[in-house]
Design a protein around this ligand. Structure first.
Ligand SMILES: [Zn+2]
Length: 465
């Protein structure tokens, strides 16, 4: 929806908003559901069981067509390729890709118009936005095909998790479905066409959680999709009371899912969690399968290179930044797009037998990784393991200002006391080392980012790769 429509929407009564949401659903349905979805989903499900050679053939074929399109129709790439004295014939496989330079977010911002293909019709362009973690908004352009393929790979995972299009699903994502000033339910809106319930992630509080659960009991979803932080709030509430809300599956994405969060969510909803990873740029998508041992990179959606320095994870895997090439967006192709995300690729195939390679379970934005004065990388999941047992902490956030200063914001529970504070400081100093000064700041609440995500760790120290 455009920002004007967003404003109209936010001022309309609930019924109108439900109708608005449903009309939006109809538009989405025509674009991305129906027969086209079923056909393409069937095709993509076959890709998972390709042999490595068949998958490579698929990738090379799509890459060759995309590069030719970029050379002929996208001014930015035409310029880049002319400057590098290469033609489409020079790039035919993933191994040839490094002949082209990496594309940074800054370059996308500066060359936005030149990255749009000249032969895409006005009506085939869908405007998208992403704010990123830096808070610098990026305006993107998708075509219908990439939107459809994105829905297809999304459903490929949902089907692995036992869901089918048409099933009732509740969402707790970044959209402000009801105005922030609202203090009473409903904090949700229906999309009657798709059978989806959109719940606000911005109104979850101890007072409001029971209202949400009551609504969910009436709606009877087979699944809930949300951020790990949001799902943890609902799970924490249920677990504290020893209650369960059985579902077929919980899907999480967009933030690091900590082991403790996964356990709490699985207990509360009596089902498995399927975590996935994607980006608004639509260049990379990675999904968990029923084996839950990492995320399958959907290499028929986008090609992934892991480019790193000499850093290794504690288990000895090479850690690097994800550089991705989306294979399906012809309106604004992003080739070798440098993401902010850091991961490692597993060398062994998954037990499930799918050809899609696995990346390690925890994918962290580099702002989520803190660094010690002696150069060790501390991932947010390690910090989580250090502090998750502190029951007198309602919510917390760790901020590394520089190499020698770490601060933990704490929203305390009534049982919080000086002893707890000493434990926090001591545990963090054990991790970071004695040269690091650790402080605790008591706060009433921790701000979410503009799109409703919770950032548990914020590091202002560059990683050096
Ligand atoms: Zn698998």
């Amino acid at each position: 929806m455009s920002s004007v429509l967003d404003k109209v929407y936010s001022r309309s009564p609930a019924l109108i908003q439900n109708i608005g949401m449903t009309l939006y659903g109809m538009k989405l349905y025509r674009r991305e559901y129906g027969r086209k979805l079923r056909q393409l989903l069937e095709e993509f499900e076959k890709h998972s069981w390709y042999s490595p050679e068949e998958m490579r053939e698929y990738q090379d074929e799509h890459l060759t067509i995309l590069i030719k399109h970029c050379y002929e129709n996208v001014p930015y790439y035409n310029g880049v390729m002319q400057a590098a004295r290469i033609t489409p014939d020079d790039i035919r496989t993933l191994a040839d890709l490094p002949k082209l330079p990496v594309l940074t977010r800054k370059q996308v911002m500066e060359n936005r118009d030149d990255l749009v293909a000249r032969n895409t019709g006005r009506f085939d362009r869908i405007i998208g936005h992403t704010s990123g973690t830096t808070g610098s908004p990026l305006r993107l352009m998708w075509d219908r095909q990439v939107c459809l393929v994105k829905t297809v790979v999304d459903w490929r995972q949902k089907r692995m998790a036992g869901l089918n299009p048409g099933d009732r699903i509740a969402f707790f994502l970044g959209r402000q479905v009801v105005p922030l000033r609202r203090t009473k339910p409903p904090f949700w809106r229906h999309n009657w066409i798709l059978n989806h319930l959109f719940c606000s992630s911005f109104h979850l509080s101890p007072v409001n959680v029971p209202h949400y659960l009551e609504k969910l009991s009436k709606f009877k979803p087979r699944a809930i999709e949300g951020y790990p932080s949001t799902m943890s709030i609902l799970a924490g509430y249920l677990n504290q009371r020893g209650e369960t809300f059985p579902l077929q599956v919980v899907l999480t994405s967009s933030e690091t899912l900590f082991k403790t969060q996964r356990e709490a969510i699985e207990r509360a909803f009596a089902c498995k969690v399927f975590d996935f990873y994607g980006m608004a740029e639509r260049v990379v998508f990675a999904t968990e399968c029923e084996e839950h041992c990492g995320k399958h990179v959907n290499t028929d959606f986008g090609l992934v290179e892991i480019v790193g320095g000499k850093q290794f994870t504690s288990s000895g895997k090479r850690l690097g930044r994800i550089i991705a090439t989306g294979l399906h967006n012809y309106a604004m192709p992003l080739i070798r797009y440098e993401t902010n995300d850091v991961t490692s690729l597993e060398s062994n195939p998954c037990r499930c037998g799918r050809v899609l390679p696995l990346m390690s379970g925890v994918t962290t934005k580099d702002e989520d990784i803190t660094v010690t004065p002696d150069g060790r990388y501390i991932s947010s999941s390690i910090l989580n393991a250090v502090t998750h047992h502190l029951l007198s902490v309602e919510e917390s956030q760790i901020v590394q200002e520089d190499l020698y200063h770490v601060m933990m914001r704490v929203v305390p529970r009534p049982s919080y006391n000086e002893r707890e504070e000493a434990i926090i400081i001591d545990s963090l100093r054990q991790v970071f080392g004695p040269e690091v000064s650790v402080t605790v700041e008591i706060v009433d609440s921790i701000a979410r980012t503009a799109n409703g995500k919770f950032r548990w760790v914020i590091s202002k120290v560059p990683l050096g790769f």
